[in-house]
Ligand binder design. Structure first.
Ligand SMILES: [Zn+2]
Length: 441
């Protein structure tokens, strides 16, 4: 491989400025309005001589349907290998401004920290992917594969104007051997041990959103009766909350626990050890069980009126390989009340990507070249990402944002005061570029 002279300090300065500008484009979703971000990205690609830049306008006349744009920029290779997609989403989750110590869309850089919504999720990754392409273009590096930069809309609200629209309207864009996306990052600490560990997610839990609807007999609050819809709903929710579900180490997590065991961070992953871990650690519990969060409840119109109907929503997240119908049947048995109806609002489950691939091997090598003592853990994301669509088409998609976060920084994702250290951006730029270069050379 030719010895490249890359001035990483200059690249980091350039990327810092770009990220700061990107954060200033407010793409809070809803309404998203990702068109502004796409125009801005397209300008950068064209300035650098990357002319194959396509807009995919998903806008429609529904609520929040304005200016919903997706962008795809391609740097062609010699075609001897199938494409690599560098995937990101340009929208961000909304902010609760009153809890922020600074303007969430300021993009200010102070003392080596870049501030603002999207600093981690996931405008920084969008910039790392952009810079990887620009460096390859500027140095005219030989490429065996097309490198496709794909900036999608609406990820944070489910992808209706983003990945799901692309899948429906432009399935040809899903042609690739590999996708690098969000879904995992590095942590400075793992299960209480200070040891840099990079999660590379190969799979994710499947969302199953349920609505419970309890029906009963309305009446006067002064004469209680046993067919009160709200009381039925409360009983059902109580039973769901009390229900203890088994701890299951799915095969996708075998490598994760095995590596943590071999590096003396966790005990041997026996069933009792995993049960103990799930009982004491929320993150472990999330990846070892089917979880349920009660998220909304609604009933009643007046203090002295017994309502005839009461509703609640459950956000269930199923382990890879679980059957949603069978799970709903279990919920029904737990609730044990035929007057509580269970409706499915959204369900998605996708297969895992293998960790035995050329790309996974390269990621491990490159991480070790940059952070010698780091672990690379093939993991399962608790949340879901746009990768689900690629995986369902049999494309290997990894969640790998190559930065190393402290716990307090990781908490700012979807929270308040989101920020990233420039030092971390620099690490990510180098690891991602090198990964892309090795995979495509
Ligand atoms: Zn994200």
């Amino acid at each position: 491989m030719p010895d490249l002279r890359i001035d990483w300090d200059a690249i980091t300065d350039e990327a810092t400025q770009l990220l700061s500008d990107f954060i200033r484009i407010d793409t809070s979703n809803p309404p998203g309005r990702e068109a502004d971000a796409c125009e801005w990205l397209a300008g950068i690609f064209r300035r650098e001589g990357i002319d194959d830049v396509q807009f995919y306008d998903a806008s429609d006349d529904r609520e929040h349907g304005a200016d919903r744009m997706n962008l795809v920029a391609t740097l062609s290779g010699d075609g001897s290998k199938p494409p690599l997609i560098l995937l990101n989403h340009t929208d961000v989750v909304p902010v609760e401004r009153q809890y922020w110590d600074f303007d969430p869309f300021c993009g200010t850089v102070v003392d080596g920290v870049i501030y603002g919504r999207g600093a981690i999720d996931m405008k920084s990754m969008g910039i790392m992917e952009l810079m990887a392409m620009l460096i390859i273009k500027r140095h005219r590096l030989p490429q065996t594969r097309d490198i496709v930069y794909m900036a999608l809309a609406d990820e944070e609200a489910g992808g209706e104007w983003g990945i799901e629209w692309v899948e429906r309207e432009h399935p040809e864009l899903l042609d690739a051997e590999y996708v690098i996306n969000e879904g995992g990052w590095g942590n400075a600490e793992v299960f209480g041990t200070r040891r840099p560990s990079f999660s590379c997610s190969i799979s994710e839990k499947g969302p199953l959103w349920l609505r419970l609807v309890a029906e009963g007999r309305p009446g006067h609050g002064s004469v209680p009766h046993p067919d009160n819809a709200l009381e039925r709903l409360v009983r059902a929710l109580g039973r769901v909350q009390e229900w203890s579900r088994p701890v299951t180490a799915v095969p996708e997590l075998a490598g994760f626990f095995d590596r943590l065991y071999r590096h003396n961070i966790l005990p041997e992953p026996t069933q009792p050890a995993l049960e103990e871990l799930a009982g004491s650690n929320l993150v472990a519990r999330a990846i070892l069980t089917n979880t349920i969060s009660t998220t909304t409840a609604r009933a009643g119109v007046k203090h002295n009126v017994i309502p005839g109907i009461a509703e609640a929503t459950l956000d269930c997240r199923l382990l890879p390989g679980q059957d949603a119908e069978a799970f709903i049947e279990q919920v029904r048995e737990v609730i044990a009340d035929p007057k509580v109806r269970i409706e499915t609002v959204y369900v998605s489950c996708t297969p895992a990507s293998s960790a035995q691939t050329e790309l996974f091997g390269i990621i491990e090598e490159v991480v070790h070249d940059h952070v010698e003592e780091a672990l690379v853990l093939p993991s399962v994301s608790a949340g879901f990402t746009d990768s689900r669509v690629f995986r369902s088409h049999g494309i290997t998609s990894y969640g790998f944002i190559p930065i190393l976060l402290e716990q307090d920084e990781a908490m700012t994702v979807h929270g308040h005061n989101e920020r990233i250290r420039v030092e971390n951006l620099a690490l990510g730029l180098q690891i991602l570029f090198e990964t892309v270069r090795r995979l495509c050379s």
